[in-house]
Design a protein around this ligand. Structure first.
Ligand code: FES
Length: 363
C-alpha cells in the first residue's frame, strides 16, 4: 500500500502541451484497433492532417458516427495518447443497445475517417493544481478510462507521484487494462493499484464485494488526505461521496466525473425563466422557427418541433450542440462544453440553455 503524503509534482508545468486545449472540429483517421476484453475495443486515431491532438488526460472527444444514414454524436473519454500527442485512443464497449458503439466495433479499422469535436471536459489533473497531497483514483466499469489516461500521463511526467488506483469490475473477465495496470505499477514505484470484483469466479483470489467504507479502509486508509478522482455509475459515485465524507475528507478534494445528466436543483426551472414565464419565446435558427416553452431547453424545444440540432452528451459537456446567439438572451449552465473564448464569441449550448427572450440563432 502506498503510504505517506509527498508533494505532488505540478504535471501541467512539466507538460505544458497537456493544458489549455479548447474544443475544436477534428477530422480523425483510425490507425489501429486493439481488443481489451471480449466486448471492449480500443480505437487509435490520428488527425487526418497529421497535426497534434492536444488535450489534457481525462478529457473526452465526441465522435460523429454514421449509422444507417444518420449521424450519431457520442462522447468518449480519451483513454490514452502517444507521447508526441499525435494520436489519441478511445476504449469502448459494444453496448447491446448502443448503435454507435456496435457500429464502431463492426466498422472501425485502419483508414476509417470520422469527424469529431473536442477535447472537452474538466475532469483532469489540473484540479490538483497546487496540491501537496497524494492522489487516489477510484473507478468502476468503463470509468477506468479517464483514470488510465491520467495515470499514463503521471507515469510519463511524474512517476514518483504517490497514487492509489482502485478499480471495481463485475467479474475477473471484465477487468479492463489488466496488462496496462501492471505496466503502470512497474513505471510508478509509489502507485498502488488494486482491482475489486463484485462477482468473483473460481480462481480469483483478489478483493471482492461492493465498495464500502470497510473495504475502502483496507484499500485506501488515508483516502481523506488525498485528492480523489471518482468515475463510475451514479450509485457508485454516491457511495464514494458518503465514504469520503465519513472519513472526514474535504468535498473540494473529491472530483467526480458524471456521465449521467446532473440533477437539477429543486426550483431550477422557475429560477431560470421565472414562475410566470408567460408564453413561449420564438426561436429562429437559420430558416426555421420554433417556440421554446418555459423551463425547456432549446434542444428539447427544437426536438419537440422537428428541428434538428446535433446532440452528443445532452448535458453540457461535449459542445456538439453549440449554436451562436445572434439576438436575444438565454440562461445557461453547462459543464465545460464551451470554452471561455467560445462563450465570449456568443456561442451557447442548446442542451443547456433556456430562452429568456425571443431568440435568433445560427450554426
Ligand atoms: S450535446 Fe453535449 S454539450 Fe450539448
Amino acid at each position: 500500500m502506498a503510504a505517506g503524503i509527498a508533494p505532488a509534482p505540478d504535471v501541467l508545468e512539466e507538460a505544458p502541451d497537456l493544458a489549455g486545449a479548447e474544443p475544436r472540429a477534428l477530422s480523425l483517421v483510425c490507425v489501429e484497433t486493439r481488443r481489451e476484453t471480449a466486448d471492449v475495443l480500443t480505437f487509435v486515431f490520428a488527425a487526418a492532417d497529421g497535426s497534434a491532438l492536444a488535450h489534457a488526460p481525462g478529457q473526452a472527444v465526441t465522435l460523429a458516427v454514421p449509422v444507417d444514414g444518420e449521424v450519431l454524436h457520442r462522447t468518449f473519454t480519451i483513454s490514452g495518447a502517444s507521447r508526441t500527442r499525435d494520436r489519441i485512443e478511445i476504449t469502448a464497449k459494444a453496448q447491446p443497445h448502443g448503435r454507435a458503439t456496435r457500429w464502431l466495433h463492426a466498422n472501425a479499422a485502419p483508414g476509417l475517417a470520422l469527424e469529431a469535436r473536442g477535447p472537452h471536459g474538466s475532469f483532469t489533473l489540473a484540479r490538483r493544481e497546487g496540491a501537496v497531497r497524494g492522489v487516489a483514483f477510484v473507478s468502476a466499469g468503463s470509468g477506468a478510462t479517464p483514470m488510465l489516461a491520467m495515470l499514463r500521463a503521471l507515469a510519463e511526467d511524474a512517476p514518483e507521484t504517490d497514487a492509489i488506483w482502485i478499480h471495481v469490475a463485475r467479474t475477473p473477465d471484465n477487468v479492463l487494462f489488466a496488462a496496462e495496470i501492471a505496466r503502470l505499477q512497474a513505471a510508478m514505484p509509489r502507485l498502488d493499484a488494486r482491482v475489486v470484483v463484485t462477482r468473483p469466479s473460481p480462481g480469483w483470489f483478489g478483493f471482492t464485494g461492493r465498495i464500502s467504507r470497510r473495504l475502502m479502509s483496507v484499500l485506501a486508509p488515508d483516502l481523506a488526505r488525498r485528492d480523489v478522482f471518482v468515475c463510475g455509475p451514479e450509485g457508485f459515485m454516491q457511495a464514494l461521496r458518503v465514504i469520503h465524507a465519513a472519513e472526514g475528507g474535504d468535498p473540494a478534494r473529491l472530483h467526480v466525473e458524471r456521465f449521467a445528466p446532473a440533477p437539477e436543483p429543486a426550483g431550477d426551472a422557475a429560477s431560470v425563466v421565472g414562475e410566470d414565464a408567460g408564453p413561449a419565446f420564438s426561436v429562429g435558427l437559420g430558416a426555421k422557427v420554433f417556440s421554446a416553452g418555459p423551463g425547456e431547453t432549446l434542444m428539447q424545444a427544437a426536438a419537440r418541433q422537428g428541428v434538428v440540432i446535433p446532440c452528443g452528451c445532452g448535458q453540457g459537456l461535449c459542445g456538439t450542440c453549440r449554436v451562436r446567439l445572434e439576438e436575444g438572451t438565454v440562461a445557461m449552465r453547462h459543464q465545460g462544453g464551451l470554452s471561455p473564448r467560445e462563450e465570449a464569441q456568443g456561442y451557447v449550448l442548446a442542451c443547456s440553455a433556456r430562452a429568456t427572450s425571443n431568440l435568433r440563432l445560427s450554426f
